[in-house]
Design a protein around this ligand. Structure first.
Ligand code: NAP
Length: 253
């Protein structure tokens, strides 16, 4: 049996791992950020590896034949580590890079480098802002205390943001356009800060914002290393099948 390590934390990684489990012995790796991750359906290991060298050691120690980076498009550090670790350990590596959302007519997008730039560009006029960001990315908004914030997260935001007006909602995607539209209307939202995550699971707010004429501050995608990649579970399976085929050489050997 070929051994496959899937770096996960996304719905696609879960689906991919399930399908790869029919082709080899799969382990799915999670960073451990979410308190109660959904069941993954394959053996899981949790926690960092200790940088690229640590991951390379894991690949060697566990005699991994194929590394699959199916992490979120904004999880850039682990993707850089994956490419470097595969090189160090001489293991084949492929990636799933979800396509970014494309701007369509009616979208009011302002592209920003990061949350700090979004916080600044929200401006001096008090606004009602939906922060569709991870818990670790909210700190810059403490410098823009005159806005009201709506914050949706999987796990509670602890400590709370040090701002006078913030409402917290606990929810796990996928989120429909209808529900997100209702959320934006109920809270009178006039600006959204979001990543360009791609995929349908979190696109509802983007579509709803377009319909409601709401401005979206969209954080640019970070650059990712160049690995052979697909944009869907099917494309990556196809790549994996090619690399796992009998006779396929381990890279670097
Ligand atoms: P990151 O900044 O790229 O990674 C920081 C460190 O976390 C890495 O150097 C690594 O530690 C560890 N790590 C990250 N992903 C890992 C994985 N799948 N397995 C084991 N260790 C991992 O990552 P992040 O942006 O914090 O994302 C963390 C996790 O959440 C990822 O699994 C990602 O797919 C998921 N996620 C992220 C976002 C997002 O917006 N960033 C959204 C949804 C889901 P060591 O250096 O010690 O190995």
């Amino acid at each position: 049996m070929k051994r496959i390590l899937v770096l996960g934390g996304t719905a696609e990684a879960r689906q991919l791992a399930g399908k790869l489990a029919l082709r080899g012995e799969v382990t799915l790796s999670l960073a451990g950020r979410t308190e109660n991750p959904v069941a993954q359906g394959v053996p899981v290991r949790v926690g960092g590896f200790g940088g690229a060298k640590g991951l390379a050691a894991y690949l060697r120690d566990h005699r991994i034949d194929l590394l699959v980076d199916a992490t979120h498009p904004y999880a850039a550090q682990i993707s850089v580590n994956a490419a470097e670790a595969a090189r160090l350990a001489g293991v084949s590596a492929i990636a799933l890079h979800r396509l970014a959302w494309e701007r369509v007519s009616g979208d009011r997008w302002t592209l920003v480098e990061d949350a700090a730039e979004a916080a600044e560009l929200l401006g001096d006029r008090p606004r009602k802002v939906f922060l569709a960001l991870g818990r670790q990315e909210l700190a810059p908004f403490e410098d823009a205390r005159h806005h009201s914030y709506l914050i949706r997260s999987v796990d509670p935001v602890e400590p709370r943001l040090s701002v006078p007006d913030a409402t917290y909602i606990l929810a796990r995607g996928p989120f429909s356009e209808a529900n997100d539209r209702a959320l934006l209307e109920t809270h009178g939202i006039d600006a959204i800060v979001s990543k360009n995550s791609g995929g349908p699971a979190t696109y509802g707010k983007i579509a709803a914002a377009r319909e409601l004429g709401i401005e979206v501050f969209l954080i640019r995608r970070p650059p990712l290393p160049h690995l052979p990649c697909g944009t869907s579970v099917e494309e990556v399976l196809h790549l994996a099948d090619h690399l796992l085929a009998p006779g396929a050489e381990k890279r670097g050997e």
